[in-house]
Design a protein around this ligand. Sequence first.
Ligand SMILES: [Ca+2]
Ligand SMILES: [Ca+2]
Length: 406
Amino acid sequence: MTDKNKRSGSARIMVRPALLLGVAIMTSCTQNTLQDSTLTDTRAATVQAPVTYQIAETNTTALASGRRAWSTGRRAWSTGRRAWSTGDVATLEDNQAIWTQIHLQQAQTLSPNWGAGVKVAVIDTGIDLNHPAFVGHLAPSSDWKDFIDGDTNPQEVAGGEAYGHGTSVASIVMQVAPRALILPIRVLDSNGVGDTSKIASAIDWAAQHGAKVINLSLGTDAANFDCAVQKSVALAIQNYGALMVFAAGNTGDSNINYPAITVKSNPNSNPAVKACRSAPYNLAPAMNAGVNVASISVGSVNSFDHKSNFSSYGEKLEMVSPGEDIFGPYPENSAASWSGTSMAAPLVSGALTLALGEKLRSGIKVTDLPDILIGKTDSVDALNPGFAGQIGNGRLNIENFLKSVF
Ligand SMILES: [Ca+2]
Ligand SMILES: [Ca+2]
């Protein structure tokens, strides 16, 4: 691990969620000697019992499939240090190597509005609404939603290994685009488990409440393709002009998760999508036409541009972004770093948000942004000889992206 970890005297908590449906989560936790009495993450270290995902049997119709999805991040370590007494979140120096890697400083100079006023939906475990890091950074509370509890308070709930996941994801968007308005929507419980019918509803909600970027750091096995989610994605794009960013998944193999697996090529050629044309979805081909264009799938690399061991990959992956040891707020006024394609995706969401906060060059439409962003990545194939052609067009370079759209 990093020097930073040693310096902090942190608990190092390795969480390795299984990523196949019906397979138990195996968590492997190692804990260093605690030197910081403010550590607030001891609960996570106690989550060691295997949790079995089960397909819900009660709802067998496709509309309420009961299929489960899960978050794709894993906590690498958490410092337990207290931070953010100021009520603001800066672009944290702890992540400086990553900022250099993705040219963030130059990008933020190019986009002085820093994403001001752009709503970014974080469809996740909720966030810690009380964390001072989010003060002044959230969409109005009338936009908030919790599809797990069925209420309007998407506060993260302690007790599972995914506790803090949404807080991390939201903060990564904010660190790239500090004036974005985060719209928190809770669809995963504290174990990072959710139901795709809720995820479909969450996408609808996000679009209807003005989210221009929708981040989904979650996914399910590609075999669990879901017409309800597919239709929600299509409608968010076609009817509301939203852009979508999907984490590729942490399988470490070529099994890219759904929905990420669907967004590189025209979905109308996908047999699973064709099945959504009939009732009750009636997902017409025209509705699908722009889904791939307005969506991005994101895998993970480390700070040396080597593919992360955990990152899913394959010919259908569009790009990669740093996703290891990304530092940010953790619930209860604390801080942590996380690793996962869950962390790679919100860097891309933040990049889109920076673009949306500015006037685009004449002739460039919002729906052009994702493919321009993908096209302006830096190829890292040469650094990943075993994965050439399997890790998308390259690694995020926000400066090059923004230079092409302003
Ligand atoms: Ca709630
Ligand atoms: Ca795409």
